[in-house]
Ligand binder design. Sequence first.
Ligand code: DHB
Length: 394
Amino acid sequence: MKRRHFSAAALAAVTFAAALPALAQDNTFKIGLILPMTGQQATTGRQIEAAARLYMAQNGDTVAGKKIQLIVKDDTSLPDATRRLAQELVVNDKVNVLAGFGITPSALATAPIATQSKTPLVVMAAATSSITEASPYVVRTSFTLPQVSVALADWAPKNGIKKVVTLVSDYGPGIDAEKYFKERLTFNGGQVTESLRVPMRNPDFAPFLQKVRDLKPDALFVFVPSGAGAAVMKQFLERGMDKAGIKLIATGDVTDDDQLNDMGDGALGVVTSHHYSAAHPSALNKKFVAAFEKANKGMRPNFMAVGGYDGMRVIYEALRTAKTTGKAMPSGDALLAAMKGQIFESPRGKMFIDAQTRDVVQDVYLRKVEKKDGQLFNVEFDVIKDVKDPGKTK
Ligand code: DHB
């Protein structure tokens, strides 16, 4: 009798102990943030992680009674690693949301895991149009290349640029940029005389730029991913392309705020189109840039940072407003529903998560590199309001 009593108590103790981590876990909302922290895209990871941590420092780590835990993993920008890490985060860590995704192949490789596990996947960086169609659980807070490229193709022919050679990284976002820029420029009476593609990994721009010099277009249109812009700019200037009368026009990925200051005065006057500039003159952006620079000495936030910052906003707000029973953790489907249709002011300007496409609708700016207080900035001079991704097929 005594022994049985002891056993029951022991059993109860064991059961209680086993329930403890479960209880603790039930109250912890986990965000698995997969980023390239090393390798060619490391600046993307550094910017997004810094912005996510800033968002948490400013908004606290408790939302709707749940403790937020950020789990950061380095995929070194290799899609097989992204997929493996996502699988581990979902199965072992039981994350509530997957986020990050520095390059398109990483987002595409992980989309099936989001679908199978019904886990929202917040794309904070990658920008090929089709990513949101790879899973109904994808929500994007970055941008798309079609969205920003058409604005430049509208601007160019009105500013004396009729004949253009395009030079893009040979993968999803580059092919989107090439296609949408060319279609729109042609529609506007201009002409793309040659389309060049450079390898995504370890590109050597020299032979391509030599070819452009021989072709003598009015302008060279460039897309390369964040981090590669400085090399393009350097070689463009070294080859005297500007002196040969060839203008450089690009998506804002090239005059990346993370690298722009190191590009030197040769970058002055370069016109780009994009959704975010550290020089965006709103009160909210000034606060964001100041807080980011204070928390991260020597760094200036770029468009990747704002994608990460706004991605955290979308996740926090979803957790705050998702439908749940009592104190239960909201399901992936409830979180996804609460992400759709969010409208808010971002440091970039107004932004909106289209409930139908789960993609970002935002203002796109034309900018010119100028010097302000001794620093190079992308200074906005025109805006196209509320631009949807033109690449959506539905
Ligand atoms: C992608 C990556 C970038 O660094 C960028 O600036 C734009 C797009 C991508 O892989 O989708």
